[in-house]
Design a protein around this ligand. Structure first.
Ligand SMILES: [Cu+2]
Length: 139
């Protein structure tokens, strides 16, 4: 496989997505979860971690670094939770706060129902942009 590239999920549950979901489910069994690897692209490295993965409001920590590993401040971030299999998003738009040193926090990341969710984090900083989607199973 070549370098991972961000793609918009198809409306149907195609085979690549079935594999992705199976993989997410497999590694999603770990303690706490919320940090599954997934699809990433762009000129920055995004590290994302959910403090919880429950129905309702959750907090997400985001770290942004350049490709050499230097943390980046002042990044514009958008967090978009979607339930691809149901074709809907979240009932709330997460607000992103900057915590300094390249650390950010998004709240509330709201999952209004259990099941398979994907959260896309989009980042822009000057001419740089990046996108990362993680998959979680909300119970
Ligand atoms: Cu749903």
């Amino acid at each position: 496989m070549k370098a991972a590239k961000y793609r918009k999920p198809p409306s149907g549950l195609g085979r690549p997505w079935a594999v992705a979901f199976a993989f997410a489910a497999l590694i999603g069994c770990g303690a706490g979860d919320g940090g599954s690897t997934d699809i990433e692209s762009g000129d920055m490295r995004l590290t994302v971690q959910l403090a919880s993965v429950v129905v309702g409001q959750n907090r997400m920590m985001i770290e942004v670094a350049d490709l050499a590993g230097a943390m980046i401040e002042g990044v514009g971030l958008a967090v978009d939770p979607q339930m691809a299999t149901h074709g809907h998003g979240s009932t709330e738009v997460p607000l992103v706060s900057e915590r300094g040193g390249g650390h950010y926090e998004a709240f509330p990341v709201t999952f209004q129902m259990p099941g398979a969710w994907e959260i896309t984090v989009s980042a822009t900083a000057g001419a740089l942009s990046a996108k990362k989607t993680i998959h979680v199973t909300v119970r």
